[in-house]
Write a protein that binds this ligand. Structure first.
Ligand code: GLP
Length: 263
C-alpha cells in the first residue's frame, strides 16, 4: 500500500485525475473501474477538462462501475448510471456501450451478479479500479462484515450509509433504496491496481482504521492492505488520524515512481 497525503482537496483530486490519465494514455484500451459519490465529482470534472483541453482519449477504454442502487432505473436522477452519464460519460468520448454498471433493475439479482463478474473477466479484468470510501469503511457498497472474498451481489445498506447518502436524494432518507448491487471485495482485489481517494475530516477516523488497523471485515477498506498495488490518496484532513503520516510524506517525496507527480 502506498499512501500519499496532499495539502488540500484540490491537489488530492488533481493527483488522482493525473494518475488515471497517465494510465489511460499508456493503455488506450484500459479497463477502468469507476466509483460514484461526491468525492469523485471533481475527479471526473478534471478528466473531462483533460479530454476537452488535451485530447485525453476514452474512445477505446471500457469501464465497470462498482455499484448501483436496486430498483433505480437508468433515467432516475439518483441512479449511479445517471450520475456517471452526467458527470463523466457525456463529457468525454467514451463509447456508452463500453460502460457497464450492475443492473439494479434485474429481475434476478443473483444472476446479474454472476453476469457482471463474467463481463469483467471477458475484458481481461480491471486494470485500474478507482475507489472512494464510506464513513463506515465501505468500498463500493461492501458494508461492514462483507466477506473479504465476496463477489458482485445484492446487499442491504446500513443506517450509516443511508445517513451519509440521504442528502443526495431529493426525498431524503425515506426515498432511498434499502438495497444495492455491488462488486465484491474479492472482485475489487482482483483489479491490477487500486486507487482510493478520500478527503475531509469525516473520513479521518475510518481511513486510520483502514490503513493502520488490522485487516477485518468490519472495515471493508482494510482489505486493500492485501492488494499488491494499491495507492491511497488523501487530503490533509482525511489523513489527520494517521500515526505515521510523516513517514508516508517522506516516502512520497523520495519514491522514484512519483517523481513526475511531485511537481
Ligand atoms: C457511495 C458509493 C461508494 C463511495 C461513497 C463515498 O456510498 N457507493 O462507492 O465510496 O459513496 O461517498 P462520498 O464520496 O460522497 O463521500
Amino acid at each position: 500500500m502506498k499512501v500519499i497525503i496532499r495539502p488540500n482537496a484540490s491537489s488530492a483530486t488533481e493527483l488522482t485525475a493525473r494518475i488515471i490519465a497517465k494510465d489511460l494514455r499508456a493503455n488506450p484500451k484500459l479497463v477502468l473501474g469507476l466509483a460514484t459519490g461526491r468525492t469523485m465529482e471533481s475527479v471526473y470534472a478534471l478528466l473531462a477538462d483533460m479530454h476537452r483541453g488535451n485530447g485525453l482519449d476514452f474512445s477505446l477504454c471500457r469501464t465497470f462501475n462498482l455499484d448501483e442502487y436496486v430498483g433505480l432505473a437508468a433515467d432516475d436522477p439518483n441512479s449511479y448510471r445517471f450520475f456517471m452519464n452526467n458527470m463523466l460519460f457525456s463529457r468525454v468520448n467514451v463509447d456508452l456501450r463500453n460502460t457497464l454498471l450492475p443492473n439494479g433493475m434485474a429481475a434476478d439479482l443473483e444472476a446479474e451478479g454472476r453476469a457482471y463478474e463474467d463481463a469483467i473477466i471477458r475484458t481481461g479484468g480491471i486494470d485500474l479500479q478507482v475507489l472512494g470510501i464510506g464513513e463506515n469503511g465501505h468500498i463500493g457498497f461492501n458494508e461492514p462484515l462483507s466477506p473479504l472474498s465476496s463477489r458482485t451481489r445484492a446487499i442491504t445498506l446500513t443506517p450509516t450509509t443511508l445517513n451519509q447518502n440521504a442528502g443526495l436524494f431529493a426525498g431524503g432518507k425515506a426515498s432511498m433504496p434499502r438495497r444495492a448491487m455491488t462488486m465484491g471485495i474479492g472482485t475489487i482485489l482482483d483489479s491490477r491496481r487500486c486507487l482510493l481517494l478520500a478527503m475531509g475530516a469525516s473520513k479521518a477516523q475510518v481511513i486510520a482504521q483502514a490503513i493502520e488497523g488490522p485487516v477485518r471485515s468490519m472495515i471493508p477498506a482494510s482489505a486493500l492492505q492485501l492488494h499488491q498495488n494499491c495507492v491511497i490518496i488523501l487530503d490533509q484532513d482525511a489523513a489527520a488520524g494517521l500515526k505515521a503520516a510523516d513517514d508516508y510524506k517522506m516516502i512520497f517525496e523520495n519514491d522514484p515512481e512519483w517523481k513526475e507527480f511531485r511537481k
